[in-house]
Design a protein. Structure first.
Length: 168
């Protein structure tokens, strides 16, 4: 009986080592996929816009994407096109119940990344959240807008938006 156990244990150990090396190889592949996109050429800052403001408690209707701040017009003069990078931050008041929030960055009316959910609203104090998004644009004039979403009715207070127009 002892002779039978030794080959089974050796076979199990070999199988375990094979599976763990496959798992490690798979982890390396996933790690490579998760890396941020890199630019193969440098970009030069063409213009920088910065808006800081307060909406003074302007109403944000429940489950409605609501524009805030100014509509900014940027002009890409590069024949190779430009990249518009936006950093947006918003502060909302406490809400009656917790709900999901999102910031949307739109270039020419199109969301840069589908308005991802960012955090939950607070029922006891202000909630601040931020988001960064960007897209390549062609030569010419483009509009940049920022929007806030909350799952429940709330109020917008302070906001801060930075827009970088980068030349490719």
């Amino acid at each position: 009986m002892r002779h039978l156990k030794t080959p089974i244990i050796a076979l199990a150990a070999t199988a375990l080592l094979s599976l763990s090396s496959l798992a490690m190889a798979g982890a390396g592949v996933e790690k490579a996929k998760a890396q941020p996109e890199a630019y193969s050429t440098g970009m030069k800052l063409q213009k920088l816009y910065h808006e800081v403001g307060s909406a003074g408690g302007a109403a944000i209707p429940a489950a409605t994407i609501t524009q805030y701040g100014s509509t900014l017009t940027v002009n890409c003069t590069s024949s190779a096109g430009c990249y518009v990078l936006v950093d947006a931050e918003a502060q909302i008041s406490s809400t009656a119940t917790e709900a999901s929030t999102a910031l949307c960055i739109r270039i020419d009316g199109v969301s840069t990344d589908g308005c991802p959910f960012l955090t939950r609203t607070s029922t006891t104090g202000f909630t601040s959240f931020n988001h960064r998004g960007g897209v390549s644009v062609t030569t010419g004039t483009h509009t940049v807008t920022t929007h806030v979403y909350t799952g429940v009715a709330s109020a917008l207070y302070n906001f801060n938006t930075e827009v970088k127009l980068l030349k490719k």
